[in-house]
Design a protein around this ligand. Sequence first.
Ligand code: URA
Length: 219
Amino acid sequence: MKKNCLEIVRQKCESCHGCALGATRNNIVFSDGDAATARIVLIGEAPGETEDLTGRPFVGRAGQLLTEFLTEAGISRDKDVYIINTVKCRPPENRVPTDEEKAACRKFLDAQIDIIKPSAIILCGATALKSFVTLDKKQTISKLRGQWMTVSVDGVEYKAMTIFHPSYLLRNHSMEEGSPRRLMQEDLRNIKDTILPDVNHTEDVISDDVVSFQELASV
Ligand code: URA
């Protein structure tokens, strides 16, 4: 059921040229993970080269590291997590997507969340965080990561946590207490313990308030 709705969104996305990134992509990078079983939506920044070539998010070096951290925390990348990015197409030279590009792509992201209705959203890195929260000068990812907060998508509130982006961890190898890698491990274990004990609610049903999806499907 969810997969059928997501397929409609994917098809709209395949033909999208709502921003300049559509002209340079090889593939849209729509999602990864099992929509029917995933209770967590993880949002990264943007596809890189390997993602653009394969059409799958988080499959390059950073993605492999993310998979290792998820596995270590007892979170299955295949079953528990539905992975998306703030934009579906690769920005040239792997630059950070602009606000305009993110805005043009937002309807797809909102529709995906709307359909999945996850128990939690993981904001992976500063770009994903800033797509949902307006930060003041004192609020940095180092200060906000690891804290449960609430984000709203189409009037529905979701439990959310920010974690470091795995690209940052590729440059920081220490596993000392308080190091970025250790904090990533702690955050993911917290998410696992908070969200996944309650695994019986994985029915593949669509709620009747899929606002973003209905808007997208009707045009
Ligand atoms: N790959 C992705 O799909 N997203 C990122 O944010 C980084 C690498």
